[in-house]
Design a protein around this ligand. Sequence first.
Ligand code: 6PG
Length: 258
Amino acid sequence: MSENGPAIRRFADGEQMCGAAAEALVDWAVEAVKSRGRFTAALSGGSTPKRLYELLAEPPFRERVEWEKVELFWGDERAVPPDHREANFRVAHEALLAKLELPARQIHRMRTEEEDRDTVARDYQNEIARVFGVSPAGAPPCFDLVLLGLGADGHTASLFPHTQALKETSRWVVACFVPQIGAERISLTPRIINRASHVLFLVAGEEKAQALAEVLEGTYDPERLPAQLIQPSAGRLVWFVDDAAAGCLESYGAGRLT
Ligand code: 6PG
């Protein structure tokens, strides 16, 4: 990682980590709406952010966000229908979206139930471009926030080790077969993720400790540790981790900022 490194905040457990993440997300949303009239966020999949989504749907966080000015996207999605138990959309929908009753026009889902996943990826890039008012053939726009998780193998979003998606330098969204899981995924690419104003990783659990230490403190080897590709060009990179996930950290591991 770069010499000055990202901001790391450690918390005693996932609940405290998600509470702090809700605070941070709401602050970023308030600032974005105040200065740009809206807040654009790409949500993460997996199970870690579920509690964050639940907190955002309840007081005190719910009232602090002008949800009618929020545009929600996803960082990645599995090749399943939106109501499938493995769908990243379903997790966010059940924990947050259904409770907010957001209009469909503000929810930008990857339509991975459609067979031709490359077209799904191209359509999603066009959708992002449409919402941001830019050309899909030009430079990617800047999300206010990209929320990410970390797999025990060092993947993030659906950027898995040794896959073609890691080599993508032009497209903002790609479809990719992932041999490790024997399935296709759709994912934002580092090119657009690294344009975000804020990139927040949420990492909890002992099973992530080795990968987290290697990503943050190990040799730069993004083919093996794709999360190392996430280095925002101008925005801020922040890692929120719980003590269990931070168990193998050395230099970053010292102080717990709660
Ligand atoms: C996905 C995710 C993926 C996830 C990590 C961590 O679709 O699975 O986007 O990148 O964030 O695998 O997942 P957990 O939070 O379930 O540990």
